[in-house]
Design a protein around this ligand. Structure first.
Ligand code: C2E
Ligand code: CA
Ligand code: CA
Length: 458
């Protein structure tokens, strides 16, 4: 076994140990949460029951005492009540603070009317009503409250910890693939909403693709489309990919989402044999060797040739592990698909990559296009990139073209293709169908010598 294999095996062992430790912690947290919640409920129930029983017991005792007093009064013929009678009754009943009052102010249940032989009320015997059981339980209540609070806190903490443990593997998985990705700290409400809703959005048919036309700089004819993922939530409406794709990456859902996009895009590509189909790949997808199989299988299953498929990757992908990425991109290229470098110029932009990697297209980041005609040196970078593309035999596409002025300047700079709101916003497949038929009408008009009908035809 060589050093690499050793460290791989050690890594696997460490992974297995970490995995079983995490499972043990998860089971313990689940148990603590359940025991805590059950314990708190049982204590609450016991306290309520105990208090009820204590009150009932005290009331029974008080009723017996009253009956005893009544019996004592009954056996004596009382015309005048004096201290002797009171102390005799006290001795027999054992009641505390028994005394005779003509106008008592105490509670009704701890007194008994004293009648003479003619049934006239002479006064009342009153005493201190004892509630020993209720007092005892009442004394215990603060202790029970502290116990319940402690158990509820414990259960809540364990439930929170359990949730963190469930999320951690997905986060760790993503960070193993992209080491420089910042560790998410506080999760915003929007992200929480996306986390909750995203898993069922795919199965629930809430995801679909829009297509944005890509036109040739020469004739402004549509030559391809870029597939862009759209999520229409039943209550929130449209949620942009810039918001939910990073969350899908952090949740470990990007492979599933990426596979859906690729399949839908290729199914649609069958309807447009004259166009190429650009599909965005997340850096996480490219870092995973499984992407090769996914692309190969999806092409085979949809019956689409590889050449119309253009996979868009960003420069960041090439940075972390250039050797592995070189193999990956070369393997993808060997399938017969083409590779475009998206948002070119916005990232780390090492020109060395362009020579090493089999790149077919550079997509100039729309930030540089926006500067065209607005800043005095706005065209410098665009000119540099198109010159570079020409020298290396890589076609150059300008993204985010919004004005006629930008279109003219980009054509002069030597861009071969353009994409942007000027030519069409991303829309459903029907908008591309319309553009294709307009192009057909325009070229037929050109063939028979009539003026072209498309306003954008240069
Ligand atoms: P991107 O790949 O750079 O896609 C181009 C974005 O620019 C799209 O935004 C598009 O609507 C917008 N755009 C196009 N023309 C213009 C223009 O003339 N002016 C302006 N201001 N914007 C223009 P969108 O659809 O919101 O997508 C945002 C990003 O989300 C994409 O940037 C891409 O990185 C990501 N994305 C979209 N769909 C997918 C997907 O299926 N998979 C992956 N991994 N990422 C995707
Ligand atoms: Ca793109
Ligand atoms: Ca882009």
């Amino acid at each position: 076994m060589d050093g690499g294999a050793h460290s791989e095996a050690a890594g696997k062992n460490a992974g297995a140990t970490d995995g079983s430790r995490a499972t043990a912690i998860q089971s313990a947290s689940r148990l603590i949460a359940i025991v805590g919640a059950l314990g708190a409920s049982a204590l609450l129930l016991a306290a309520a029951l105990g208090y009820g029983l204590a009150r009932a017991s005290d009331e029974r005792a008080a009723a017996q005492q009253r009956a005893l007093v009544r019996a004592q009064l009954h056996v004596r013929r009382i015309d005048e009540f004096d201290a002797h009678v009171a102390s005799a009754i006290t001795q027999i009943t054992g009641l505390q603070g028994l005394k005779f009052e003509t106008d008592p102010a105490g509670p009704a249940q701890s007194m008994q009317p004293v009648l003479n032989g003619e049934g006239r009320i002479l006064g009342f015997l009153t005493w201190n009503e004892e509630q020993p059981m209720t007092r005892l339980v009442t004394k215990l209540l603060p202790l029970i409250a502290v116990l319940i609070t402690g158990l509820v806190g414990f259960a809540t903490f364990s439930a929170w910890r359990l949730r963190r443990l469930r999320e951690e593997p997905a986060i760790a998985h993503v960070h193993a693939k992209i080491p420089h990705l910042p560790i998410p700290t506080a999760i915003t409400d929007d992200e929480q909403f996306i986390r909750r809703e995203l898993p069922q959005a795919l199965g629930g048919g809430e995801m679909h693709l829009h297509y944005q036309p890509i036109v040739s700089a020469q004739g402004a004819r549509i030559v391809g489309v870029e597939a862009l993922l759209r999520w229409t939530h039943p209550h929130r409406g449209a949620i942009g990919p810039a918001a939910f794709i990073p969350v899908a990456e952090r949740m470990g859902l990007i492979d599933q989402l990426g596979a859906f996009v690729l399949r839908r895009a290729l199914e649609q590509a069958r309807q447009w044999p004259e166009l190429y189909m650009a599909v965005n790949l997340s850096p996480l997808q490219v870092r995973d060797r499984a992407i090769i199989e996914l692309v190969r299988d999806t092409l085979a299953e949809t019956g689409v040739q590889p050449s119309p498929l253009m996979l868009e990757i960003t420069e960041g992908v090439l940075i972390d592990n250039p050797d592995e990425m070189l193999d990956r991109i070369a393997d993808l290229h060997d399938l017969g698909v083409r590779i475009a470098l998206d948002d070119f110029g916005s990232g780390y932009s090492s020109l060395g990559y362009l020579q090493r990697f089999p790149i077919d297209k550079l997509k100039i980041d729309r930030g540089f296009i926006a500067a065209l005609g607005r800043e005095s040196n706005g065209g410098v970078i665009v000119h540099a990139i198109t010159a570079l593309g020409r020298a290396l035999g890589i076609s150059v596409l300008a993204e985010g073209v919004e004005t006629e002025e930008q279109r003219v300047l980009l054509r002069l700079a030597g861009c071969s293709e353009m994409q942007g709101y000027l030519f069409g916003r991303p829309g459903p497949a029907s908008t591309i169908d319309r553009l294709i038929s307009e192009d057909e009408v325009a070229s037929e008009a050109a063939r028979v010598g009539r003026a072209p009908m498309r306003a954008l035809t240069a």
